[in-house]
Design a protein around this ligand. Structure first.
Ligand code: NAD
Length: 525
């Protein structure tokens, strides 16, 4: 198979209508062969966002008053239509953002599973009933949608994040949505939108505005009629948006951010060596280290260091890099020129901070295929952790604290037990994911209670299931939505409703007042 171009042309999808792209448009290209276009699409402005939010607001009353089961039927139909096109959609993931075909198909599987996971919530309890100290009173909780949800998503899981993770829970609970997908891979959102249209979603319930962050994302987040913003992307943009939406004039807006990471894995001498190599390798290379949970710090017991460094360097050197549609390729291209620049910046940080380079890296330009795309090799170096400088993220080496989003991997030896290793992992403003390879329960205990973010024991950092909590800490998260399992609380109000059998003891009044009221009622009956 060869890298493929497409000539998709997309306008916004507003109020059930696919608009023309208009004169101002942007383009996306295949990162494995950047001369191949994937799509051209509208470069939306505040005016388009206003229209889309207006449509979502108008559709809200009808959508939120449908029975949950009717909304679930539509989500299920949507998933079934996407299942029927899984190979084609999975391929489009690969062509548009570069990950290997199996991962591309995985993105579609995950999105569809998530649509079904949320559809199934229509058949589950939606509240609780509480007892009371007051005779004849019971209180139950009612979930109500919050209104219009603005979804702003990244490019690395172009189906799973905007559709499965953010739109699906919003929709099942009766919210309407406006999605602003990433300008680097907007295609999957648009292809899913076509399927939503086919499934029969009422107009205005799902709207899409295309374009970049400042032009379309920011006006969406700041629109006064958007009640919830679900943002997934970099910490820099997330923090900026959080600051903007904290303006007190927004009385009914919640902001949630799933942000970046600087993740690590601890390799203990008390762990299984094969597991250690597999977990470190997978955490480093899957999606070319462009997952929010990918690891770039490998904190290794110094006793293991010489042979572990040699073996991991061998595995990384033999990792096949290329077009994701080619059999056996593990690392596809980086997404774009900015990502290549960032990779090179991190190579320079490595030169500054590494005492040994086990595997040099670089942008690959040897073959015609390589020159046509954004291909890089994995690189591995050794940095000694300097407690005076590196414990404080403000003074630490940047190779230990900044997200690389590319396979620039640093080995950091530790001498003094797992607590020291965990402190090394914690020495960053991020807190998204961490892992340890060990068979020692005491080390597991320390890791469980002190390591940052989503935790993996004897596994790679790069694994998630849709029904599990998934939430970062510190600079990796704003608002604390624990992934799919907990997003419901972000997109709904939980309202307590109290019901009294009569006579209601909390309405007791003095005898004379009671008599007076009784007479009033008698007169009116
Ligand atoms: P990004 O922050 O550049 O962009 C994310 C989205 O925000 C895009 O749709 C973009 O157009 C939009 N945007 C950019 N500037 C904006 C602005 N001023 N106002 C409103 N919207 C704006 O991130 P990216 O490069 O698309 O994705 C990679 C980042 O996402 C990495 O940092 C990665 O760790 C993170 N990520 C986090 C998770 C998670 O669950 N924590 C998952 C995937 C990716």
């Amino acid at each position: 198979m060869q890298p493929t171009g497409y000539d998709y042309r997309y306008g916004n999808f507003i109020n059930g209508r696919f608009c023309e792209p208009g004169a101002d448009f942007m383009t996306s290209t295949n990162p494995a062969a950047t001369h191949l276009g994937i799509s051209s699409f509208a470069a939306s402005t505040e005016k388009d966002v206003n229209e889309a939010v207006g449509a979502a607001r108008e559709a809200y009353a009808g959508w939120s008053s449908l029975p949950m089961g009717a909304r679930a039927d539509l989500l299920e139909k949507w998933a079934a239509l996407a299942d029927a096109r899984i190979d084609e959609l999975g391929r489009l993931v690969t062509e548009s953002m570069g990950k290997p075909l199996a991962e591309g198909k995985g993105d579609i599987l995950f999105a569809n599973l998530s649509l079904r996971y949320f559809a199934a919530q229509a058949r589950q309890a939606q509240g609780e009933v509480f007892g009371s100290a007051i005779a004849g009173k019971k209180t139950y909780t009612l979930r109500r949608p919050r209104g219009v949800v603005g979804v702003i998503s990244p490019w690395n899981f172009p189906a799973m994040i905007p559709i499965g993770w953010q739109a699906a829970p919003s929709l099942i609970y009766g919210n309407t949505v406006v999605i602003k997908p990433s300008e680097d891979s907007p295609e999957l959102t648009m292809e899913y939108t076509k399927l939503a249209e086919e499934a029969g979603f009422p107009r205005g319930v799902i709207n899409v505005v295309l374009g970049d962050g400042p032009g379309a994302g920011q006006p969406l987040a700041l629109h006064p009629d958007v009640n919830v913003v679900l943002f997934t992307g970099s910490s820099a943009v997330g923090k900026k948006l959080r600051q903007l939406v904290s303006d007190p004039s927004y009385t009914d807006k919640l902001f949630f951010g799933e942000l970046g990471g600087k993740n690590g894995i601890i390799i203990s001498s008390r762990g299984d060596y094969e597991t250690a190599l597999k977990a470190a390798w997978k955490s480093s290379v899957l999606t070319t280290n462009q997952r929010c949970v990918s690891a770039s710090k490998i904190v290794v017991d110094r006793k293991l260091l010489p042979h572990f460094a040699e073996d991991l360097a061998d595995l990384l050197a033999d990792t096949s890099v290329g077009y994701g549609g080619k059999e056996g390729v593990v690392m596809g291209p980086l997404i774009n020129q900015d990502a290549l620049d960032k990779y090179e910046r991190h190579l320079a940080y490595g030169e500054e901070s590494w005492s040994t380079t086990f595997l040099p890296g670089g942008i690959l330009r040897d073959t015609e295929e390589q020159r046509g795309g954004n291909f890089v090799s994995a690189t591995l170096g050794l940095a000694e952790f300097d407690w005076k400088r590196d414990a404080d993220p403000r003074t630490a080496s940047r190779i230990l604290t900044e997200e690389a989003f590319s396979p620039v991997i640093t080995l950091i030896p530790y001498d003094d037990g797992v607590r020291e290793a965990v402190s090394i992992l914690n020495a960053t403003d991020y807190g998204l994911a961490s892992a340890i390879v060990t068979n020692d329960v005491n080390e597991v205990g320390v890791f469980e209670s002190e390591a940052p973010g989503v935790k993996y024991i004897n596994g790679a950092t790069v694994a998630a299931e849709i029904h599990l909590p998934f939430v970062g800490e510190k600079g990796s998260n704003i608002g604390g939505i624990p992934g799919n399992a907990g997003i419901v609380s972000a997109v709904t109000h939980t309202t307590p409703v109290s019901v009294f059998s009569l006579p209601n003891p909390t309405l007791a009044v003095s005898e004379s007042m009671s008599e007076r009221i009784r007479k009033m009622a008698e007169k009116r009956s």
